[in-house]
Design a protein around this ligand. Sequence first.
Ligand SMILES: Cc1cc2nc3c(=O)[nH]c(=O)nc-3n(C[C@H](O)[C@H](O)[C@H](O)COP(=O)(O)OP(=O)(O)OC[C@H]3O[C@@H](n4cnc5c(N)ncnc54)[C@H](O)[C@@H]3O)c2cc1C
Length: 467
Amino acid sequence: MSNYNAVSQDLIKKLAEIIGDKYVISDPDRMDPYSHDEVTDPKYKKMPEVVVLPANAQEISQIVKLAAANNVPVIARGGGTGLTSASVPFKGGIVLSVERMNKIIGIDKENMFMEVEPGVTTGDVQKAANEQGFLYAGDPCSGDSSFIGGNVATNAGGNKAVKYGTTRHQVNGVEIVTAEGEIVTFGGKCKKDSTGYSLLNLVIGSEGTLGIITKCYLKLVPLAKNVMDVLAVFPDLKTAIGIVPKIMSAGIMPMCVEFMDNESIKCCEKFLNEKLPNSENGYYIIISIEGDNEELLEDQCVTIDEMATEHGAMTVLAADPARIWKARKAYAEADRARSLIFSMEDLVVPVDKIPQTVEKIAELGEKYNIAIHCAGHAGDGNIHANILKDQLSDEEWNEKLPKLQNEIYTAVYQVGGKLSGEHGIGYKRVKLLEQYANPVELKMMKAIKQALDPKNILNPGKVIDIG
Ligand SMILES: Cc1cc2nc3c(=O)[nH]c(=O)nc-3n(C[C@H](O)[C@H](O)[C@H](O)COP(=O)(O)OP(=O)(O)OC[C@H]3O[C@@H](n4cnc5c(N)ncnc54)[C@H](O)[C@@H]3O)c2cc1C
């Protein structure tokens, strides 16, 4: 039972007065795309009561004030590419999509900043930065369709996090609308800020539960002239991952280091219908390095080649990065093509614990007789483990999955890991956070939510449930 009021016709009329009739959607067919994110299990779907498409922070402020006065939740939505059902309105209410707020406001070349609205896709942010000779280093694999506001709200990781960090490290400021409808900016163009608590960092990764992001100030770095990719194929994962710290300690700072286990490679090969190197028995490490000095980069590729070969690589290839990246990026889609319903785990462990964790996951897959494919960001210990429903009946799946997940998380926490490296808690992992987070940490998180959103209006039931 929800403690909230239903969205009434009168409320819909008032919403239309704020943003205009055509930006208020209540037709079920048109609302359907807003009823889920990229989680395909139908139990993670819920139709909004109404969808609104505001044009600016002032309109959002009025919507939030109206919602609070009527005791109706507001759920911010970006590109809907999330993998935790964080933007799905499970407690009813108004889904607020920022899709019309898609302007790049400006690029400040001298201060190396970009000011953008939250509905710009990550890909467009990257492209605009590149056109001016800069790199925006946030780079989730979903960049073609995820929004920058969604990236900030989830603290998205991605391919370049080894060198540049997650989205948190690319954001210097945000403008938000608070739960009371106030408009406030945290941070901005200053490079440093020790002026009290970092409210900016509280908002980043808060998944729409502490404020609605209406503007982002993004850091830019000079764009390197060259990028080179190396694929090293190993006979097992332990040897494969073992190469990562060796490369780092040799003074090479890769931009990204990705891994794929053999089952993932085979599944992508089938999905793409393209032969992939050593797909019979190989484990991939994909390394990208960047820099201005082409000769130096070539030397570094040779060093990586020598180190990988000495470390037991079966094949090292510097060629054909497009094909290898296509395979890595198709990982989730390939699994979805095989099994529409699957659970994508987003575990993070210390880098040296990846092999034993992946081995444990494989062992548990055998124990429960469920296929699990692992790939991810090896350079920062982030393991994506796709647990596939395949032909299991709904009953078997619902019975086995939580048990299997619990065993996986227990193993992850035993080696100092955590539930989520980059996708967040959303709705899917609320109970798990309650179960696995440190109780003091949890108490503090609840106190923050209670203080900043006492009516529990903003995306209720996500991250932590104070309802
Ligand atoms: C194929 C694929 C690959 C992916 N690869 C990666 C990856 O490499 N790294 C990674 O980290 N993630 C990845 N993801 C997950 C997803 O793309 C990210 O979590 C992304 O940041 C979500 O952005 P979005 O705009 O789609 O947000 P949505 O899914 O719309 O929303 C996600 C959360 O952000 C909140 N939110 C959205 N906009 C705002 C706003 N303006 N203000 C406040 N809150 C807001 C929502 O309420 C919700 O809680 C991938 C997903 C897919 C489908």
